[in-house]
Design a protein around this ligand. Structure first.
Ligand code: AMP
Ligand code: MN
Ligand code: MN
Ligand code: MN
Length: 283
């Protein structure tokens, strides 16, 4: 099953409209798709309608920003009721601090000689509530400060660099609870990205399960082949469902295109097998 259950549209920090992401997924052979915009479900109706019109089975999705042990962790939610009010309110609260944070980021960048970054980043933003580091990265590439977005993150936008502003996102408990109470499954996104110590990582998965979390991304654009095998072991150890998603953002920036990941390693329980009743099947 070519399931791609993690990607972004212009409703968060992707560059394509939800309809264009749907069309690209279909063209690339995706057989089950979820659009997982950051802290936002405002694109879900568009994604579902587009998927329906081109015969692409669809699961609702989002990617919630969480602060755990002082680190930003992403929790993907799949197969929830997109009309759930507590989920919508929780995500709105999570989005709330982004504008102030972006203004602070711009102030910090101005101190190192990069003027007008807030206005510059806004130029790339599709959803004003969702201004993100990605939009700053695109501005710094466009204005010639850096050659590509990877370089921008390395030099400016990660902890310890001049444009990084620490931020407190949702709690792990809240994010997992919002998703689960809306009938969905919570999944730890791209675990290799966090660089946790084994103890911190054990705490993450233990607490995640205690709050009702059920899945982990094993195959993602952010994982090496070795990472995938390592988190396949984590899935078995913690009895978690395994997910697969490219984390596609843009044809120019994404290492893995929609539908372009290898299959899940053997011996895992695919998350979509626990979501069959939530799949929106075409026609
Ligand atoms: P934010 O939610 O504003 O903190 O932005 C996080 C987003 O920045 C992620 O969802 C990625 O799209 C992007 N991002 C984070 N780290 C990197 C990186 N090292 N290289 C490229 N993009 C990154
Ligand atoms: Mn992103
Ligand atoms: Mn993420
Ligand atoms: Mn993502």
């Amino acid at each position: 099953m070519n399931a791609d259950l993690h990607c972004h549209s212009s409703v968060s920090d992707g560059t394509l409209e939800p309809e264009a992401v749907a069309a690209r997924a279909k063209a690339n052979g995706v057989e089950l798709w979820a659009l997982t915009d950051h802290d936002e479900i405002g694109g879900q109706q568009r994604a579902m309608a587009a998927a329906h019109s081109i015969g692409l089975p669809y699961l609702t999705g989002t990617e919630v920003s969480v602060t755990f042990a002082g680190v930003t962790v992403h929790i993907v939610g799949l197969g929830f009721d997109a009309g759930d009010e507590r989920l919508a309110l929780g995500l709105a609260a999570t989005r709330g601090g982004r504008e102030a944070r972006a203004r602070e980021m711009a102030d910090e960048l101005a101190k190192v000689g990069i003027a007008g970054a807030y206005e510059g980043a806004l130029h790339f933003v599709g959803n004003p509530e969702l201004i993100s580091r990605t939009h700053f990265a695109r501005y710094l590439v466009e204005s010639g400060v850096c050659g590509d977005t990877q370089e921008v993150f390395r030099r400016f936008l990660v902890e310890g660099k001049p444009g990084f502003v620490p931020h407190r996102w949702a709690t792990l408990r809240d994010a997992v609870t919002w998703i689960s109470n809306a009938g969905g499954i919570a999944v730890v996104a791209h675990p290799a990205r966090y660089k946790f110590t084994p103890t911190e990582e054990y705490a993450l998965f233990t607490e995640f399960k205690a709050h009702g979390g059920r899945g982990v991304e094993v195959m993602t654009g952010a994982h090496s082949a070795a990472d995938a095998l390592r988190y396949a072991d984590t899935a078995r150890e913690f009895d978690l469902l395994a997910s697969r998603g490219s984390d596609f953002h843009s044809p120019e920036e994404s290492r893995i295109d929609l539908g372009g990941l290898p299959p899940l390693p053997g011996g895992l329980k695919p998350v979509w097998e626990a979501l069959t009743s939530q799949i929106h099947a075409p026609g």
